[in-house]
Design a protein around this ligand. Structure first.
Ligand code: AMP
Ligand code: TRP
Length: 334
């Protein structure tokens, strides 16, 4: 039995990194797996969110998933806070995971920097909630970008410790699914930083809603170097910005980096950038149009999410019942 679960936070602009690192793959997996795709609104509030904005961003994230090809009839598409099992299981996992495990999480350390004492407790236990998201459905496969690998290792540690402590085989050990191209899309302004919605400069990323002119401008201004494109992708080592743009083309056109290099070998980035703009606009324009169409009917998105939540709850509730009983809680299923 295999089951796919993934999610993204509704905390602002969805960008090309989300699309290439996650959503594009989510759509493909529907052909071979039972899939659940979640808008993780409870993760979003680990940092301050304006309530009205959160509502709209949750709908926007759902629209982005659908525009990228997630079909809410074939897959289960919902927002996390509508299914109580996530919060309940997260509490149990708060009591399974060790303080030391969470202190090793690099995403937490990067996010809080020197302001650790001022961060919310939720931000610190964020990975336990993520483990609960996945294991509430006994999902086996999780398609994510490379930045989430460490969180999935923690999910495996939690599953294993739970199984050992309570002498059960309650939870499977999840496997990440990480694509070869697009798993790590970098900032257009700095090839050593990942493309991110939290980066202040909008020029550093291509948003899923950007129009053709904006995409063209951002690619034109993207940082590169003065060297030519080599024949093989290996020769891009030490040129992070060049590597990123070649990787973007590869992921957008669904070909390998070596193929991109072979196609443009000997040319400079002045010649390459218009070609990259063309494939980016070609891929993103239909998605942007579809997102706008979906966002015009918010009530319909809310209905899709409510129906998804019902279907998700039907899977998670009985599993949570088994978990509670294993822990020793008295209740309906014990
Ligand atoms: P987030 O926007 O952080 O909630 O991430 C949602 C999904 O997009 C996760 O699977 C991430 O791994 C993926 N993702 C986010 N940023 C990038 C990036 N720059 N490159 C590749 N994947 C990314
Ligand atoms: N932490 C993930 C991110 O920032 C989002 C997420 C929450 C997630 N729960 C998940 C991803 C469960 C995969 C599975 O990208």
């Amino acid at each position: 039995m295999s089951r796919v679960f993934s999610g993204a936070q509704p905390s602002g602009n969805m960008h090309l990194g989300n699309y290439l690192g996650a959503f594009k793959n989510w759509a493909k997996l529907q052909d071979s797996h039972e899939c659940l795709y979640c808008v993780v609104d409870m993760h979003a509030i680990t940092v301050w969110q304006n309530p009205a904005d959160l509502r709209d961003q949750t709908r926007e994230a759902a629209a982005a998933y659908m525009a990228a090809g997630v079909d809410p009839d074939r897959s289960i598409l919902f927002n996390q806070s509508q299914v109580p099992a996530h919060a309940e299981l997260a509490w149990i996992f708060n009591c399974v995971a060790r303080i030391g495990w969470l202190n090793r999480m690099t995403q937490f350390k990067d996010k809080v920097g020197k302001n650790r004492e001022k961060a919310s407790v939720g931000l610190w236990v964020y990975p336990n909630l993520m483990a609960a998201d996945i294991l509430a459905y006994r999902a086996t496969h999780v398609p994510v970008g490379e930045d989430q690998k460490q969180h999935l290792e923690l999910t495996r540690d939690i599953a294993q410790k739970f199984n050992t402590d309570f002498e059960t085989d309650m939870f499977p050990l999840v496997e990440p699914i990480i694509q070869s191209e697009g798993a790590r899309v970098m900032s257009l302004r700095d090839g050593s930083k990942k493309m991110s919605k939290s980066e202040p400069s909008d020029m550093s990323r291509i948003n899923m809603g950007d129009d053709a002119d904006t995409i063209a401008l951002k690619i034109k201004k993207a940082k590169t170097d003065a060297e030519l494109i080599p024949e093989r992708a290996d020769d891009l080592d030490g040129r992070p910005e060049a590597r990123n743009l070649i990787g973007l083309y590869a992921a957008l056109a669904d070909i390998s980096r070596d193929d991109v290099c072979a196609r443009f070998a000997g040319q400079g980035f002045g010649a390459f950038k218009p070609a990259l703009t063309e494939v980016a606009v070609d891929k993103l324009a239909p998605i942007t149009t579809e997102m706008r169409r979906l966002m015009a009917d918010k009530a319909e998105i809310d209905r899709v999410l409510a129906r998804g939540a019902e279907r998700a709850n039907a899977i998670a509730a009985p599993i949570l019942g088994e978990v509670k009983s294993a822990v020793g809680f008295i209740g309906a299923s014990s």
